[in-house]
Design a protein around this ligand. Sequence first.
Ligand code: NAP
Length: 487
Amino acid sequence: MEKSEAVDVVVFGATGDLAARKLIPSLYQLYRTGHLPEGSRVLGAARSKLDDAGFHKFMESDARQHVKDADFEKKSWDAFKAMVCYEPVDLMAQASYDGMAERLNTEPDRVRLYYLSVGPSLFSATCDGLAAAKLLNSRSRIAVEKPLGRDLVSAQAINDKLGSLFKEEQIYRIDHYLGKETVQNLLALRFGNSLFEPLWRSGHIRDVQITVAETLGIGTRGEFYDRTGAMRDMVQNHLLQLLCIIAMECPTGLEPDAMRDEKRKVLRALRPITGADIGKNTVRGQYRAGAIAGEAVGSYLDEGGVAEDSHTETFVSICAHIDTWRWSGVPFYLRTGKRMQEKLTQIVVNFDPLPHNIFTDSVNSTIPNKLVIQLQPEESISLKMMAKMPGGRMKLEPVELALNPERGARRRHMEAYERVFMDAINGNQTLFLRRDEVDAAWAWVDPILAGWEDSQDEPRTYVAGTWGPARSSSLLVQDGFVWNEES
Ligand code: NAP
């Protein structure tokens, strides 16, 4: 399709949290920056009985506050609002697709993106509903939010349904972490420079640590979260995708399948964690009352929508291994949790220590190099190296080499969801997951979930505002390492 061709974007779940915080603001930015062609339409849909004006009010009250002031222009916001309409749709009730069909069918030949910002239990019914309302053709695309199912079997059922109505090239399985500038910058760092490649392997890298820590609890999503837990919500998708970006071989090009082939190889090379290894290499935790930044917060068990005897994990840490020549013997430590001490999404690549230290004059001289890729709270990449401090003595201190591209007014930082929409509209699937990747991720995660369920052990508790259960630290200590806790 031509980049200037008008498109229709249908957002299901348009009154939800994700739509307000990310989707509507991102579509607005795309419009403002010229990536959403003039004449395009955005149709919001959910069960709430709103008309266009009612939805515009929701945009003003709930979505507008998530557009940064520096990125807001009243004129373009008003023009964008005029492109947005709303249709009440209950995705489980076929009759309610009619109003939407009437609106959309005034432009039957457009590229049309259906964005499912609703729970995965609605995915299949939505596909059937769209098909029965004759709203699908070869120019239709469907974007689905994570989590895709709750295990391999349910993911396969959803994928079978998607596959029965859409070709694989029409399906956009979202992991918005891949849309983050820093993740793409990491690809540039790895595959646009020859410097790191010889060192990017066992024998030079000691361990890799991936942390996705949130200070937030579960907010109003208690029921959903209690059915889901951190493993399904975060590890199966975001953490494993970050691991893939670090561990994959150089793809033959940037075409979608070249990237996805390499990521799938990593997922398939993950050593299964089963039986006694589950207790040894994984930790699950659940938060109890504590304090974050001086503010008292309650226990998970007291959150709305959570069962009083819930065993759902709000914290996971895992020691994973990738059975390939490149990564033999290099542990990949994964950790994610709610109500942690800090909001931090970070990948740390720890290089091997010096084989022999000649700088005995310096207490810090043996600090190994590390590459720190941070996605939150700020996006940055830095390489920690040793350098001589000015002066007469041969004293070394760690210094930080920032590898961030220059930012400025003309180099606006594109938000992850802007890229998700832009790529889906332009038909670029590189940063979306292929079915076999999703299957491979569930196939690795399922035995761990099953092992936890079969065991009589309860999740380990941790105090809100800490870095999780003590056992998470000993997971590394048993290998002689510690978690990186510098942001
Ligand atoms: P949410 O706040 O609970 O919103 C759900 C939306 O779905 C609402 O607009 C709701 O509106 C609509 N809905 C529910 N049942 C419906 C039905 N039968 N027919 C039509 N619409 C229906 O959830 P969310 O946080 O926005 O998350 C949406 C999806 O994105 C979930 O799959 C979630 O896992 C995923 N996700 C969320 C986030 C996040 O940060 N929030 C991040 C990544 C992924 P009505 O009640 O008006 O129908």
